[in-house]
Structures are given as structure tokens and as C-alpha cells.
Design a protein around this ligand. Structure first.
Ligand code: HEM
Length: 391
């Protein structure tokens, strides 16, 4: 009996390039087909020029996210995107825990209350008439991040120029941009110097600037936080426009959870195996995964698995009255490496949603478009719902 990678199901391959072409052009369709073929076992193979497997069962997610010695970040996809290749994101165990411990306090729930007012005040006004919720979310995320990190003092044009390439399809986010990064680092040094010499302040940079490697953590986490927040906010606004019965702020946490289940901006997470691993799939097959294998987990597939979620493809915020299945809901990852900016993202998105009037959808393209993060193709044009118009 085969017990190596070749025993695993896989989506159809193309002669000469395996799955590379579909991975580049239609990755969601590719992984959905893989998941269909591995519905029972929860693990399938991809041929991406190196051995790769995608798992979506709770057991796989749990192993990948908690065994930091076997599943390493060095050599993962983050390495190829200069924006994300640094700081805590690329630090592996055993150095990861103390590094996270150092940066965590600024991003903890308590510090979020210090930032709340300035984040709220930074929100752009709601445009009059018809407006694109994706473009608005983009501006809102940029301004809220500037407020939270820098009390709004970072040159807004430079911040926009820095973050804009991340949104484009590959290879644009992966290209080196030494001049742009140097300008951003100079701006960070200028603002950090003010905070370190003039006695502080309490924005995120004030806390990070004092730490070894703090400016790199600032730059990398800004990049990790921008498109993710923009896309989650845009989708939430679009769904609220379609389902105005969820308009009241009391419903927004459930709306956001449901949006992140269906459209997790971090749609695919990656690690590399530091040793050979014997894995027993959910249907009892024992497979040897060789050291160096690219090990992927997918919040997108796990969040839509029909075996775990009733009416898995439907937008049903009411499902959040009950706890989700364990290790199946991972929009922020999990374990020790859980998203550093999770509380900040909640703060920004919920503050932004609370300012929205009741909306109605006009026209748009909400097709999920995967890049570094998963976003709607856009635009998502909405307008204020007229009072007499029924929901
Ligand atoms: C809705 C918004 C966001 C989503 C969906 C999201 C998603 C994620 C996911 C899935 C991971 C885990 C990656 C992995 O383990 O493979 C992660 C990690 C991370 N996120 Fe977020 N993120 C969001 C917002 C933010 C924000 C606002 C920041 C700003 C601080 C941020 C900074 C980070 C960092 C630094 C890590 C790496 C943590 C580590 O490895 O220790 N994220 N995020």
C-alpha cells in the first residue's frame, strides 16, 4: 500500500506544470476541487514545484498551528513577499514566543481602549449618493491604522504608496522596493525619535519604538493589517446592505464573524515541515510527509466545510449564537501565532460599521479574488437606504 504523498488525492493536473498554472490563475477553484476529492480524509496534495499538501480538517489545523517546531514559518509564503518577510511573522520557535510576548501588550484588548477614540475620529465621512464600499473601506483602514499606530502623523501619501502594491496580483507584491521601503523606514525613524525623546505618547509606535526591532515590527504588522482589514470591512458593509435586518451595531460582531468565515482575508496559511511527519488522515490513511514539504492550512476551506457547518455557503450570522466547531474557524489563525492584530482589527471594523447608515446595494462584483489576501473583485456600490423603502 502506498503511504507517501502519492497516496493522497489531488485536483486534476496539467501536463508539464502540475498545479502551478491553476494555482497562479484560479487558486480557489483549484483548492475547492482538491477539497472535494479529499472530503473524507481532509488532506490533499498539490504539485507546486515542491511537495505540498493542503489540509482542512480540525485535527490538521490544530497540529499545524500548535506544533511550532514541526511546522515552521521560515520557508513559508511570507518569505516571498518582502512586506511580510520579517518581525514576528518570520520568527520561528523557540525565539517566537519571547518576541510575541514583547509586542503583544500594545495589541492587547486593554490598550485598544486607549486607541478607540482616535480610531473613531479618523474615520472618513460617509459619501453622499452612491459610493463604493471597497474604496471607502480602503481609505478608512488607512486612516484608522495611521491613527492607531502614529496618532495620524505618518505622511498619508507615503503610507498609501507603501501599502497599495500589496493589493495587486502576483508578482507585484513580491517585487523588491528598496527605495520605497527606505522612505518608509526614514518616516518611521522620524516619528519614533519624537516619541522616544519627547517622552512618549501612547499610540502603537510609542510602544513599539522602544523595543529591539520595533520599527520592523511596525512596518511588517502595518502591511499585515491593511488589506485584511479593508477587505473584511468592505464585505461586511456589502452584506449589511443586502441584509439590513442586521444593521444595528449589536448585530455587528456576529456579522463580522460570518463574513470572516465565508471570506477569510488570510485564505491560505503556509508552513514548512522541519522533519518527516507521519500523518493519519481523517479516513484512517497513514501518510509519510517528507521534511521540507510545504504544509498549507486554509481558513477558507475549513470555514466552508459542509461537514462542519450547516448551510455552509449561506450568510447566516444567527449561527454565531452557538460556539463554532473546534479548530474549524480560523480567520485569525490560532495557537501561539494567532493574529497579532486581532483586537485592533475588531476595533477598527466595528467602529467603522457603527458609523454606517442603513445601506442598500446598487451594483458591484463581490466575487472573491485571491491575492496575498482574499478580497472582493469590486467595486461594491451602495447608497443610503431610503426610509420608506422596505428591507
Ligand atoms: C480582519 C483583519 C485580519 C485578518 C483576517 C488577519 C488574519 C491573520 C491570520 C490568518 C494570521 C495567521 C497567519 C498564520 O499563522 O499563518 C495573522 C497573523 C498576523 N497578523 Fe493578522 N489579520 C488581520 C488584521 C491584522 C492587523 C490589523 C494586524 C496589525 C497588527 C495584523 C498583524 C498580524 C501579524 C503581525 C501576524 C503574525 C503573528 C505571528 O506570526 O506571531 N493582522 N493574521
Amino acid at each position: 500500500m502506498r503511504t507517501d504523498l502519492s497516496a493522497l488525492p489531488e485536483p486534476p493536473t496539467r501536463p508539464g506544470n502540475g498545479h502551478l498554472q491553476d494555482w497562479a490563475l484560479h487558486p480557489l477553484a483549484l483548492i475547492e476541487e482538491g477539497a472535494n476529492r479529499a472530503r473524507v480524509g481532509g488532506l490533499f496534495r498539490l504539485r507546486l514545484g515542491l511537495p505540498a499538501v493542503v489540509g482542512f480538517s480540525p485535527a490538521w489545523n490544530r497540529a499545524l498551528l500548535t506544533d511550532l517546531h514541526t511546522f515552521r514559518s521560515a520557508g513559508s509564503f511570507s518569505k516571498v513577499v518582502p512586506y511580510l518577510a520579517g518581525g514576528v511573522i518570520l520568527t520561528d520557535a523557540p525565539a517566537h514566543a519571547p518576541r510575541r510576548g514583547m509586542v503583544n501588550p500594545g495589541f492587547g484588548k486593554r490598550h485598544m481602549e486607549t486607541l478607540r477614540e482616535r480610531v473613531r475620529a479618523a474615520l472618513p465621512p460617509i459619501p453622499v449618493g452612491e459610493w463604493d464600499a471597497l474604496a471607502w473601506a480602503d481609505t478608512a483602514a488607512l486612516k484608522m491604522l495611521n491613527a492607531a499606530y502614529f496618532s495620524g502623523e505618518f505622511d498619508p501619501q507615503l503610507l498609501h504608496a507603501f501599502l497599495a502594491p500589496l493589493r495587486h496580483p502576483f508578482p507585484i507584491p513580491a517585487l523588491p522596493r528598496p527605495l520605497l521601503f527606505a522612505r518608509v523606514d526614514a518616516e518611521l525613524r522620524r516619528l519614533a525619535h519624537q516619541r522616544l525623546t519627547a517622552g512618549g505618547g501612547d499610540d502603537l509606535l510609542a510602544l513599539l519604538a522602544a523595543l529591539p526591532g520595533g520599527l520592523e515590527e511596525t512596518r511588517v504588522s502595518l502591511a499585515a493589517g491593511h488589506d485584511t482589514t479593508t477587505h473584511a470591512l468592505a464585505w461586511a458593509a456589502w452584506h449589511l446592505a443586502h441584509s439590513p435586518e442586521w444593521h444595528a451595531p449589536a448585530h455587528h460582531p456576529a456579522v463580522l464573524k460570518e463574513v470572516l468565515r465565508l471570506y477569510p482575508p488570510g485564505w491560505m496559511g503556509s508552513r514548512r515541515l522541519s522533519r518527516d511527519l507521519r500523518w493519519t488522515t481523517a479516513d484512517g490513511q497513514s501518510v509519510r510527509l517528507p521534511r521540507g514539504t510545504l504544509a498549507l492550512y486554509s481558513p477558507y476551506l475549513s470555514g466552508r466545510d459542509a461537514a462542519l457547518w450547516p448551510e455552509s455557503g449561506e450568510f447566516r450570522p444567527q449561527r454565531w449564537q452557538a460556539a463554532p466547531p473546534a479548530w474549524a474557524y480560523l480567520p485569525f489563525g490560532g495557537g501561539e501565532r494567532i493574529c497579532l492584530g486581532m483586537h485592533l482589527a475588531h476595533l477598527m471594523i466595528l467602529e467603522a460599521l457603527a458609523t454606517l447608515p442603513a445601506l442598500e446595494p446598487m451594483r458591484g462584483n463581490a466575487t472573491p479574488r485571491p491575492g496575498v489576501t482574499l478580497g472582493p473583485a469590486g467595486p461594491l456600490v451602495v447608497r443610503e437606504r431610503l426610509k420608506h423603502r422596505p428591507a
